[in-house]
Design a protein around this ligand. Structure first.
Ligand code: G3H
Length: 541
């Protein structure tokens, strides 16, 4: 195959990196946050190399961007104790604050976080190679998520600020925190997806230990001080290092009440099993997916191509919601493939800070080898790479590969590739993509691209019972964040959205009393004198 020479020169020389994003001094992180103190670590550290390579006189070298602490069991147990003490069996300052007061703490944190936007955006580009536009979007979307969370909590609290009298019993029902939450986000949205669990967990009154993902650690550093200054001691604690060393002891203690994990089902299974009390542990899990795009015979091809490009290749396909397999009706397959491959040619590839760039190097160190193996496996079973430069590798960069025709004999049919390799299966009857969905281990979303309302309606009804979002004429995606985000089978446990997340990190608890004069007097006095935060009719405006 003839490879475009620009792929071999995709990486810059040091002096070609724009001044604004240069990251002149590596970030040598020594600090970690425990019990309201910024502690300094003097032990071993994990060096961090960017997926961006630099052209040097001795060849291409991954750029060194810093290091972070490799903590041990000792520090992780300290973090656990700090979180347990701050919760103090529900008696701590944080879990007993009123909702209004907790909102004020979060607003203070948001004010401080805003200051770090540029630094975080730059680190997103260096650590995981997310494009400038997408890195900015990730930061801004996270700020919006926090604002949305505050509004949703106000709504929730307003509903709970009244009493119910039923069958001679007076009751007030509110949502109370669950306890200590362990939050672990994924590398593809290291800021946003960590915060979509961390923030609702916090605002509901839980105390938190959070471990940043393996890739995308340094970008959290600017926020450590904001956490320390904004929240009471022990409410937010951080741990860094190998899961076996720092996470296993925390979970094995049996003291964690909620595990919020976004990553692979393989790791989630290991983590769950480390906790000795399966009924104490609530889990909120966002896991893999193999979302199919079904392109029907009468689809508007230009629209289908646009959505399939976005669906398969946004952030190089490193999204859990990405379209990871395309089923295209056999009558339109030739036209579809021609247009699809041409559209890929138009995508700009390069470094994350380059204007309009859509394809960038991959974050995970061995990823290009893994994707090459998938391509080779498909070829061995009769498929071909049908686009120019498809699968061409230069260090951490791999050019998108369209693989056709893919069958169930190939690994690409089953495995979540999480990268820019696009399996395409031709189909004659709708039973073929349906069979894929029924047999898949995953059940997050599906996209249907077509124009016939009758046919689409026939597909919607069985599909809503197999996945958790059916997208019509658009790619799969998580947002808007007010929509429920979840999945069936190995794709998720629990539902996240701005308002659902408040529910998963809390539990309905009530105070109830028989409707007698004595009890009415007790309740009225408590309310009038405002001596309880829970039993209260205060209304947040
Ligand atoms: O990686 C999974 C993300 O939740 C996907 O979010 O659809 O907004 O890219 P997105």
């Amino acid at each position: 195959m003839k490879i475009d020479p620009t792929i071999t020169h995709i990486f810059p020389k040091e002096n070609e990196i724009p001044e604004t994003y240069l990251l002149n001094t590596p970030i040598e992180q020594k600090e970690y946050l425990c019990n309201g103190n910024m502690l300094v670590w003097n032990g071993p550290v994990q060096p961090v190399y960017s997926p961006v390579c630099i052209e040097t006189s001795s060849g291409l070298k991954k750029r060194y961007i810093g290091s972070y602490p490799l903590l041990t069991e000792h520090e992780s147990i300290e973090a656990l104790h700090a979180a347990c003490n701050a919760y103090d069996y529900g008696r701590g300052k944080w879990p007993t604050l009123s909702v209004e007061e907790r909102i004020r703490y979060l607003e203070e944190f948001m004010f401080r976080m805003k200051e770090s936007r540029n630094q975080i955006v730059t680190l997103l580009m260096w650590e995981i190679c997310k494009s400038l536009a997408d890195s900015e979007k990730e930061f801004d979307r996270t700020m919006d998520y926090m604002r949305g969370t505050i509004d949703a909590l106000k709504d929730l609290d307003r509903i709970s600020s009244r009493f119910i009298i039923e069958q001679g019993v007076i009751g007030q029902i509110r949502r109370a925190p669950l306890g200590v939450v362990l939050c672990m986000g994924p590398y593809n949205y290291p800021l946003n997806e960590t915060f979509t669990t961390l923030i609702p967990a916090l605002i509901m009154g839980n105390t938190v230990i959070f471990k940043p993902p393996k890739l995308g650690v340094l970008l959290h550093k600017p926020l450590l001080d904001a956490f320390r200054q904004s929240f009471p001691p022990g409410v937010v604690n951080t741990v860094y290092g190998e899961g076996q060393k720092v996470i296993k002891p925390i979970l094995s203690s049996g003291k964690v009440d909620v595990l919020a994990f976004i990553g692979s089902s393989r790791v989630a299974t290991i983590l769950k099993q480390q906790h000795p009390k399966p009924y104490r542990l609530r889990c909120v899990l966002g896991l893999e997916a193999k979302n199919p795009g079904i392109i029907l015979q009468d689809a508007d091809l230009d629209l289908a191509i646009k959505e399939c490009i976005l669906g398969t290749l946004s952030f190089n396909g490193q999204r859990c919601t990405a379209l990871k397999i395309l089923f295209v009706h056999k009558d339109i397959i030739t036209t579809f493939l021609g247009k699809f491959c041409n559209a890929i040619k138009e995508l700009r590839y390069g470094m994350p800070w380059e204007g309009g760039v859509q394809l960038t190097p991959l974050a995970e160190p061995e990823k290009t080898q893994y994707l090459t193996e998938l391509i080779e496996d498909a070829k061995r079973h009769g498929a071909e790479v049908v686009n120019d430069n498809g699968g061409a590798v230069n260090q951490t960069f791999i050019y998108p590969a369209v693989i056709y025709p893919v069958t169930d004999k190939m690994r690409l049919y089953w495995e979540e590739q999480f990268g820019p390799v696009i399996p395409v299966c031709p189909f004659e009857t709708i039973h073929e993509p349906l069979r894929f969905i029924f047999e898949s281990h995953y059940g997050q979303q599906v996209s249907i691209l077509g124009n016939n309302p009758e046919l689409i309606a026939d597909l919607i009804d069985p599909l809503v019972n197999q996945v958790c979002r059916v997208n019509i004429n658009s790619q799969c995606q998580r947002g808007p964040d007010v929509f429920p985000f979840t999945g069936r089978k190995d794709s998720a446990e629990g539902t996240l959205s701005v308002s659902d997340a408040l529910r998963v990190f809390s539990i309905r608890t009530l105070v109830a009393a028989k409707d007698t004069d004595v009890n009415k007097r007790i309740i009225s006095t408590i309310i009038r004198e405002r001596t309880s935060k829970f039993l209260s009719t205060d209304f947040i405006f």
